[in-house]
Design a protein around this ligand. Sequence first.
Ligand code: ZN
Length: 326
Amino acid sequence: MPPRSPSEIVPDAELLTEDEIRKENVKAIMDIMFPTALDYVKWLARRGLIANKLLCIQCNIYCSFTISRDSRDGHIFRCRLCSKRKSLRHNSFFSKSNLDLKQLVVIMLCWANGRLQKDTAVEARTSGHTMIDWANYCREVCAKDLIKHPPLLGGYDEEAESPRIVEIELSEDLMRGKRQRGKIRDTRWVLGGVERKTGRAFIVEVKEMHRKSIISIIQENILPETIIITNDSDVFKDLDKVSNGIYQHYTLDGQELVDETDSDIHLNSIRSLWLRTRAKIREQCGTVEGMFASYLNEFVWREQHRNGDSDLFSEFILCVRRQYPV
Ligand SMILES: [Zn+2]
């Protein structure tokens, strides 16, 4: 009698925890070049991006992980009682794709590392159109992650025994520069904030430009007890009275600042964020007005993880595995 096929792709002991994935530090495509399709299957299973084993709900036993010449991934899960077959990609981020798992791993790495779409298409041996789709799927993952884990800046710093300082400002011209090519665009206002010391940031599109909606964006993104620094614009007036005084508020008052120590009243951090945002948004979404919010989400997601201990590829893998439990 031939030995029964295993039910697991890799032994449970080889499954990586979130911390282990964070520490991986995969930077180059070379690091994810493996000889066989099965290696990619195992690589994804270890990181929880495809199921390591699959229960047949009807028979209440684990399916066999078995070779299948006619399946795209070379293997499938098959129930040995009812013979039902399931793709290894069942419920995964990749379930609707026609690409090889190898191509998909390469695309995720290149996207996380901010490679240009045309270069990624070459590396992954796929078309430009497919790459545009996959860049959109990747951005959707970031957008959902931001909704679930908004940056939430400020609050009280127990270690420093002082409130954290957050600079906020409105900006209307993230797409400026593109207008000069003869296209008239609607003015798009965004509200941004940067926490000093950590550089953590949020940027949110302001759909209605009045005080009430600005205040609600601030409360959604900045914790109580924060020192907020703004310019003298009317929309920020009386920020220190919001919810019976949960914030301290300082304004620029129009004065030129000489000293640049961190406790000073300046907006250097947020202005430096605008410079980076503008450059990036202009480079990416010059021609695609409808993509503005999507690119903004990608930018903020990258900013959020920019100064963290782990790289963006690891963080992206963790987002995918949280959003596509297998
Ligand atoms: Zn079954």
